[in-house]
Design a binder for this molecule. Sequence first.
Ligand code: MLY
Length: 267
Amino acid sequence: PSTEFNWDDYLKETNSQAAPPDCFKQHLTPPLNEFKPGMKLEAIDPRNETSTCVATVIGSIGPRLRLRLDGSDNSNDFWRLVDSSEINPVGTCEKQGGMLQPPLGYRNNASNWRNFLQRNLTGAEMASPKCFKKEPKSPPSNLFEVGMKLEAVDKKNPHLICVATVGDVKQDDFRIHVQFDGWRGAFDYWTTYDSREIFPVGWCRLSGHPLQPPGQKGKTGAGNVATAPKSKSLTQNPGTVDTTGNNHSRGAKAEVPEPETTLYINS
Ligand code: MLY
């Protein structure tokens, strides 16, 4: 339908430019996902980056894997690209002289870790080395400029990739400020220019990953608190989001009176 988000129209409407693809640590062609749910692999524990753990593929969206560390609970799932250097075939750690570690928050007694690991891996399907794609090279420097558009993971809802803008650039410490179009600042964050969680305009379409359209902030006739917490149905049904008009741009911020109370609903 015509209400679906379209980058070309949006860039025109907002009179803005896409960040060039060479700004990003991403392959020009998104990698193929050959993983299947249930497959085991090794992953760096995101909460304890010095330890390598066994993880299971819980699901995937396009080239992004939803992973869970074996022996951990189901509330600390995390996402990695199939070309991430933080995942490897089972056996890699040991080949390099390391030892697989229990995850932070291991739900059993640490003394039975060896037994757990053995039982856990027996009969399991290991992801084949060919599933793991080569990590792209980092750009030589921070090439981002303020105002450039991109697609970025919402770290608070990490299954989502959303329409975003570079709001600020720090040349000195390699960081950019990612701001989500049409959302109040609550989701914004600083990240390094070579983050694997930011993508060039068009990456979602190419990779088959859904793209969250801009939020409702600054929409005509709704410049109040009601627009800040976007309802779940809007989030999940981009067809109901009006993507026309200039009001979605960050520039519209000043035209909209800030509400006295901002209520964020974590759905
Ligand atoms: N649970 C929240 C999700 C908000 C997502 C915001 N991102 C897209 C910047 C909601 O549905 O309101």
